[in-house]
Write a protein that binds this ligand. Structure first.
Ligand SMILES: O=C(O)[C@H](O)COP(=O)(O)O
Ligand SMILES: [Mg+2]
Length: 422
């Protein structure tokens, strides 16, 4: 127990502010942007953030008897940026839902602030290592595939829903033959009547086997198991039984508690987890409110997915927050925790690949849906063009030059150039 956190009878929110405080190594430090309400000064708002997110409330408390000291402390205010230290004992080990109910809970709707955004977390060792982290991380590129130093590649059949199982699986086959590594389900395709989960799994893996035989290359499938936790566990079991290497989970919509359950089962099954981030922008798109994608990525790494969509460094169709900085965090040393392979996706096509690799490097996965299936000569040619763009970029050959003797790439460049789509 530290005196700085001492909770006394008569405690008010002011007790949660101490600008002379130095956080202990064991504490979780969170950085927030806050805009205080019109009738609130910065210190009053900042102390209320620490109070409401740890053990305080709006009223002055009269506490009888000793209690465990779990108060957070706002220890730094710099303009509208504040830093808050949370004692380790506030948190339940390995329970991400509980952690988020503290640091991104009630405070997000508190009237003392007009806006509040959780920008970043500095995770202490004990709390961090109570989570499993990824099993494989970016090693999937060479543990599952034999990709050497190139990015792995994936495609989502389009239209994103509505294709029959047979159509969907055949598109996968075409994409694999064209040179891509992964077929990927779209975020809103799970187990609908037009394309049932189990049929899709079986048929796609059968085409996967054919594609491997015909190309001599390893191929795999990111099948979307997103559902309630029990259903996801059943689906993961079947995916492993049928010899696939991955499951895909929409981590934000299903929730991190369910992701943690899947992660545990995938350890037993030896499956890698691909994380789609659908709905992340509800948390992170407003610049002054919510939870940053950086923090969502941190949470996802701790919960243990191997791959995570982190945007396209502004090259694609979706708004992105600091893809490169987030990717660096995902690779960074974190008490020995395995890294995460960032996935670039959303409006990519072959002409954007050199600049994408320039910005993000080669330790990534590149996914293109429309940028493969919208190729004038169809999916197989579109897949070939994407792979050619990757191979050229990794070799340091300008794609325009590479396209001279790679007609699929030339056709893609003629159609889309190097423009960002809308
Ligand atoms: O799930 C995804 O990442 C998207 O479906 C990407 O599709 P696009 O490549 O056609 O933009
Ligand atoms: Mg999608």
């Amino acid at each position: 127990m530290t005196m700085n956190h001492q909770v006394m009878p008569g405690i008010t929110y002011e007790d949660f502010l101490n600008l002379d405080y130095t956080p202990a190594d064991s504490e979780l430090v969170c950085t927030f942007h806050i805009d205080p309400a019109a009738d609130m000064d910065m210190e009053a708002a900042a102390s209320r953030v620490a109070s409401e997110s740890s053990n305080g409330t709006w009223a002055e408390l009269q506490v009888e008897g000793g209690i465990t000291d779990l108060s957070a402390t706002t220890f730094d205010i710099d303009g509208n940026t504040i830093r808050v230290a949370y004692p380790d004992e506030l948190f339940e080990d390995g329970n991400m839902a509980q952690v988020l109910s503290c640091i991104a809970g009630n405070i997000m709707g508190m009237k003392a602030v007009d806006h509040i955004r959780l920008l970043d977390c500095e995770w202490p060792e004990s709390l961090t290592t109570s989570f499993p982290g990824p099993q494989f991380g970016s090693d999937v590129r060479n543990e599952i595939f034999d990709a050497g130093d190139r990015p792995i590649t994936a495609t989502v059949p389009k239209p994103k829903v509505g294709l029959s199982t047979d159509q969907h699986a055949k598109i996968g086959y075409e994409a694999w033959l064209g040179g891509l590594d992964l077929l990927k389900d779209d975020e809103n395709l799970t187990d609908q009547a037009f394309n049932p989960f189990h049929d899709r799994l079986t048929e796609s893996l059968s085409y996967r086997d054919d594609a491997q035989d015909e190309t001599g290359e390893k191929k795999s499938y990111l099948i979307n198991i997103t559902a309630d936790a029990n259903t996801m566990l059943e689906r993961a079991d079947v995916v492993a039984e049928q010899g696939c290497e991955y499951v895909m989970v929409d981590v934000v919509t299903t929730g991190w508690a369910a992701v943690q359950a899947v992660r545990e089962r995938c350890e037993e099954l030896g499956l890698a987890i691909h994380a789609h981030r659908a709905m992340h922008a509800a948390f992170d798109r407003l610049e002054d409110h919510g939870v940053s994608m950086r923090v969502l990525a941190q949470v996802t790494r701790l919960c243990g997915t191997d791959q995570l969509h982190t945007g396209t460094a502004d090259l694609g169709k979706l708004a992105n927050e600091d893809t490169v900085g987030i990717n660096e965090w995902l690779y960074s040393d974190l008490y020995g925790m395995t890294d995460v392979l960032p996935v670039a996706s959303g409006g990519l096509h072959p002409g954007l690949v050199p600049e994408l690799i320039e910005r993000e490097g080669t330790n990534i996965a590149i996914q293109a849906g429309g940028g493969v299936h919208g190729h004038p000569d169809g999916t197989r040619a579109g897949a070939a063009a994407l792979r050619q763009a990757v191979d050229a970029s990794v070799a340091g050959t300008p794609i325009e030059e590479y396209a001279d003797d790679h007609p699929e790439l030339q056709t893609a460049l003629d159609k889309w150039g190097t423009e960002t789509p809308r």
